[in-house]
Design a protein around this ligand. Structure first.
Ligand code: HEC
Length: 147
């Protein structure tokens, strides 16, 4: 309890120290796509925790897998041309190699769908394989297309 006032005081300083430029462009495409990726992560991360900590909960996992499968659509319409500016962490190759980006996106879509199907099976082994396959698609795309 004693620590919380201190944390509250420290917070504004931390925020200014990060000093990220705000997305002030019309429609805020960068802010929108980042929020969309955060929504994906919000569903992705707890599934990983369940599997790694032997806390698999069939019902909750299924909800998360289905949420991610819906959330997977959201970021992409916000990658319009000329939207690579701070605070974006996207690499220029997103726009210079659109076919490669598209291939990576399609693998991610397939993997997200496959995880939702695996979640229905309630078979932890199958689910873990599908989860890892999905994780690979995040990593592969980030390696080429994200700072
Ligand atoms: C086809 C490419 C691609 C795939 C697949 C992909 N991402 Fe990303 N992701 C990006 C790009 C590009 C950015 C940078 C966006 C920006 O900053 O403008 C990003 C940014 C993020 C961010 C940072 C958001 C922020 O606050 O700045 C998170 C978190 C993230 N992705 C999570 C994931 C997870 C989890 C997966 C897999 C389940 C995933 N991504 C799959 C391309 C991808």
């Amino acid at each position: 309890m004693l620590r919380s006032p201190l944390l509250l005081l420290a917070l504004p300083i931390l925020l200014t120290a990060c000093g990220e430029p705000e997305d002030t462009r019309p429609g805020q495409p960068v802010a929108h796509r980042r929020a969309a990726f955060k929504e994906i992560l919000k569903n992705f991360e707890p599934m990983g925790l369940q599997l790694r900590n032997q806390r698999y909960d069939e019902k909750q996992f299924l909800v998360l897998a289905n949420n991610l499968n819906k959330a997977k659509e959201a970021p992409w319409s916000h990658f319009a041309p000329d939207t690579n500016y701070p605070p974006s962490k996207a690499k220029a190759v997103v726009w210079s190699e659109p076919e490669k980006f598209e291939t990576s996106r399609q693998s991610f879509f397939k993997a997200a769908e496959a995880l939702a199907v695996a979640a229905e099976s309630r078979d932890q082994k199958q689910i873990t394989i599908a989860y890892e396959a999905l994780h690979d698609t995040c990593r592969t795309c980030h390696k080429s297309f994200k700072e």
